[in-house]
Write a protein that binds this ligand. Structure first.
Ligand code: TRP
Length: 453
């Protein structure tokens, strides 16, 4: 049975709360861990430029499309399609989102676990007096272990489940409002230290001077995947959050604020990392370990480094937490609304199932590092499939749904808050979701997967 007579749904309490929770979802390890390492592997400046185009030309409209669906339907990611398009196969988008949520959370919680290990290391003054080589070495030893990485991953999943269990307003919203601004301040402080290191300029050149000769065609898809991942689009997270947004919220303004904040923080993370990468002679294409090797080096060189390192890893863990929460919420909202489970039961089942899958991702750096499937580890497959395939595919289908199925009248109604706002941009938005975004994403796919070109 569909839930026609649901009791009053939980929702966000204020406009600030909406922005905080949504930005909390968007801003996370995607910005601070994934962006620098992916940009580092894919040429720096030219990657950044393509990434920026994708964020604003495609990411922002997709975000708005997801908000529109969720707020209109007032349901979870799958139920929203069932409600707006009864009897049609559009709900499969929601199902794909659930699969993506499993994969993303499985590998994301690995890295989130690393932040906890580094928090402990920072508290024990573990970076002090170590050379770059020693810091690299101790990262590699930790990462390739089994017990500690898995333990921290499970701790992190437990924290995520705990917040979800507490509900939307008293869980997600309460924590993000205070902590996100603090993270930004701290990143800026670390940026300043990084920029004043000897040799910092090469890092800025790497990040801001596009060198298109370094660009291979697959970089286009990787930049699109990173944009989708960082903005939390394509999976139904923002449909689910959209369903908690009040009817008088100005959705386009919210989406623009969130996309901009997310992008600014990714760039700041780049400014924090790359000058130090070059100053300490670290390879920018180091891979997923990049920030965990670079940051301790910066702290080691910083006045008050002990204090700042602890604070930083606390905030990074929290930024990750406000993102993992938004992924788990997709699954829990689906289980509880569509499968009629209680919220607590849904939380326990979803978190336990994802944790089991996640252990395989974590062990990919150690005991399973040789278990390659077509040249990639399990971790790499989860990361690649979700960010570069499922999210862009989800994004295409979502915009097509809004453009061709939901239609202009409904979209105008929702985006203008039933005529209260002018909604002048609705026609432009419709052109983007009907034509530009689907065509652009499809092209990125075709080129990126090497199908032609
Ligand atoms: N955007 C988050 C980050 O950058 C991760 C995330 C949260 C996410 N929810 C998502 C990614 C939904 C894709 C889809 O850290």
């Amino acid at each position: 049975m569909a839930n026609i007579d649901l009791p009053i749904r939980d929702s966000f309490g204020s406009k600030l709360g909406v922005v905080a929770a949504t930005a909390g979802s968007a801003v996370g390890l995607g910005n601070i861990w994934r962006f620098p390492y992916v940009a580092g592997e894919n040429g720096g400046g030219a990657f950044l430029l393509i990434y920026l185009c994708f964020v604003f030309a495609i990411g922002f409209p997709v975000m708005l499309a997801e908000f529109t669906i969720g707020r209109r339907a007032q349901r979870n990611a799958l139920g929203s399609f069932k409600k707006l398009a009864p009897g049609k196969p559009w709900y499969l988008i929601g199902l794909m989102g659930i699969v993506a949520a499993f994969m993303i959370l499985a590998f994301y919680s690995t890295i989130a676990g690393w932040t906890l290990e580094y928090l402990v290391q920072a508290s024990l003054n573990g970076f002090d007096g170590k050379t770059t080589d020693q810091l690299t070495r101790s990262f590699e030893i930790f990462q390739s272990g089994s017990f500690r990485p898995v333990l921290w991953q499970l701790v992190f999943m437990f924290l995520t489940a705990f917040i979800i269990y507490k509900g939307v307003k008293n869980g997600i919203e309460k924590y993000t409002k205070i902590l996100m601004p603090l993270l930004v301040v701290l990143i800026i402080i670390i940026c300043i230290r990084s920029l004043t290191l000897e040799g910092a300029k090469d890092g800025l050149d790497f990040l801001f001077r596009p060198d298109f000769s370094k660009i291979k065609l697959n970089v286009i898809l990787i930049a699109l995947g990173q944009a989708a991942f960082s903005l939390s689009i394509g999976m139904g997270t923002l449909i689910t959050y959209g369903s908690y947004i009040q009817k008088d919220n100005n959705l386009p303004v919210t989406a623009l604020q969130v996309s901009t904040a997310d992008t600014v923080i990714a760039i700041l993370a780049g400014v924090m990392i790359f000058p130090a990468v070059f100053a300490f002679n670290i390879n920018p294409a180091e891979g997923p370990g990049l920030v965990f090797i670079v940051l301790p080096n910066i702290f080691e060189q910083m006045a008050g480094g002990y204090f700042f390192s602890i604070l930083f890893f606390i905030l990074l863990a929290i930024a990750a937490l406000t993102s993992t929460v938004s992924v788990l919420e997709v699954v829990v909202a689906y289980f509880s609304e569509e499968l009629n489970m209680s919220r607590s039961r849904a939380t326990v089942i979803a978190a336990a199932a994802i944790s089991i899958v996640g252990i395989f991702a974590t062990l990919s750096f150690g005991p399973l590092s040789k278990a390659l499937i077509f040249g990639k580890t399990i971790f790499e497959w989860f990361d690649y499939l979700s960010a570069n395939i499922l999210l862009p595919l989800g994004a295409i289908l979502i915009v097509l749904f809004v453009g061709w199925y939901l239609g202009k009248k409904n979209v105008r109604d929702e985006l203008s808050n039933r005529g209260e706002l002018k909604g002048k941009f609705v026609s432009t938005f419709m052109v983007i979701v009907k034509f530009i975004a689907p065509i652009a994403i499809t092209m990125a796919f075709i080129y990126g997967l090497g199908l032609i070109g």
